[in-house]
Design a protein around this ligand. Structure first.
Ligand code: PLP
Length: 428
């Protein structure tokens, strides 16, 4: 469910025509729907209400302060992976007790900053990190709450670059080593091993990996308790997939039906770290066609959004639905999968201006005929879109706007040419 729909042949975000936003803010432009963000958060809050989870929105998914503030206002905590993300969560108004900190390479400086901020839980990914956390906590005279991140070694479940729970990835502790590592800190007064953490990968379109991960937890948690650890938190990470095409995603309720009974049985409190599920379908990327051309027997639509704005197609071969913001009135409605052949469409590659053959948003995609100046919407771009954007080819990053009902607010201005060089020192 989202709040992007065509009304009188013009794409609207909630009650605002997207063409009006493009006019007001220019392109490329990220447009987010506040109602959609809140709806998705509430789907999880409702589905898991029985165990009153701490839901920690994953800041790396889309860390715009406007979005973080919406999350904070509606009761979410935050999952952070760096001092920068901790800074964002704090600026958005989150107390430390609703923040969890993951990542394989937390520096001493980051651990210190997070301890001073009162972060609720450190998702620890290696034995060395666990000891470093204890040492920093000791120096500060505080006690750190740790969850051991386990790699449960499950069968592959998503793109190799985003699967985090198969053998041989850098994440978490090998499942065979968790108990040994935990044993080494049983009597460390600066550390409490309070939790078990797993983030299985992303996006996950089946409940099965969670079922398998929970089976591992049901063995490990009693064993950790038997060592003397006060283990009372299960953190199941994020990973809930979304519909990039049709109806491939599972609902929050389907995930809850698997996770909630296990949490109750284990007598733990639950932490979840959803990102994509909340932000993915709450955002689109709006771009404008610059040129059309034919080359090598193919048609290209060259528009002003590029891999530096949305790298997912390049990096993960991801599919994003694309359709004109204002299709001609005689065009039939877009096909349900935005890909099947319908009359009046032609196959094109949708590419950007960046100097790489890998710079594309879609390949061999059937779209209505497009001409210079037409606006395009690339859907499901709210997650891992702007947060992975760069200045490659010295392209200023896009603006971001949040729509709420009939109103809209700019939450990040478009970068300028001066911004591009503002950190550089050799200005002559
Ligand atoms: C990226 C990440 C998430 C969020 O994943 P989604 O698939 O966007 O829900 C949660 N937890 C950790 C540790 C992550 O690295």
């Amino acid at each position: 469910m989202d709040h992007f729909h065509y009304r009188d042949h013009v794409l609207h975000c909630e009650d605002v025509p997207v063409s009006e936003l493009a006019r007001a803010y220019g392109t490329p432009l990220y447009v987010y729907s506040e109602a959609t963000l809140v709806h998705h958060l509430q789907r999880i809050q409702t589905a898991f209400a029985d165990v009153q989870p701490l839901i920690c929105y994953s800041v790396k998914t889309n860390g715009n302060l406007g979005i973080c503030k919406v999350m904070c206002k509606h009761g979410s905590g935050f999952d952070v992976t760096s001092a920068g993300e901790l800074y964002r969560a704090t600026l958005a108004g989150s107390p430390g007790r609703k923040i969890v900190f993951a990542g394989v390479g937390k520096t001493d400086a980051e651990l210190e900053r997070a301890l001073l901020a009162g972060v609720y839980l450190f998702n620890v990914e290696s034995e060395e990190e666990l000891h470093a956390l204890g040492a920093v906590a000791k120096r500060l005279g505080v006690v750190a709450r740790a969850a051991l991140r386990v790699n449960p070694d499950l069968p592959p479940k998503t793109h190799a670059k985003t699967d985090t729970s198969v053998k041989g990835v850098k994440f978490g502790l090998d499942i065979e080593t968790v108990l040994d590592v935990a044993k080494g800190v049983v009597s460390n007064p600066s550390l409490q091993v309070r939790g078990l953490h797993m983030h299985l990968g992303s996006p996950i379109l089946s409940v099965e990996p969670y079922r398998q991960g929970l089976a591992r937890a049901e063995v490990l948690i009693p064993a950790l308790r038997a060592q003397g650890h006060p283990l009372d938190i299960l953190n199941m990470g994020g990973g809930f997939g979304i519909n990039y095409r049709k109806n491939e995603a599972r609902t929050a309720q389907e995930f809850a039906d698997v996770i909630v009974p296990a949490v109750k049985k284990l007598g733990c409190s639950l932490v979840l770290e959803p990102g994509r599920f909340i932000a993915g379908n709450a955002g689109i990327l709006v771009s404008r066609v610059i040129y059309g051309k034919e080359s090598g027997g193919k048609k290209f639509v060259i528009q002003d959004a590029a891999m530096n704005d949305l790298i997912r197609p390049t990096l993960y071969d991801s599919f994003h639905r694309i359709w004109p913001v204002a299709p001609a009135s005689h065009m039939p409605a877009p096909p349900e999968d935005f890909e099947s052949e319908i009359p009046g469409t032609e196959a094109v590659d949708v590419v950007g201006p960046v100097c790489e053959s890998g710079d594309f948003l879609a390949k061999n995609r059937r779209l209505p005929p497009l001409t210079r100046g037409d606006l395009l919407a690339t859907f499901s771009a709210g997650a891992y879109g702007m947060s992975m954007a760069s200045n490659y080819n010295s392209r200023p990053r896009a603006a971001e706007v949040i729509v709420s009902g009939g109103t809209h607010r700019l939450v990040r201005r478009r970068e300028t040419l001066e911004d591009l060089v503002s950190c550089e020192r050799d200005l002559g």
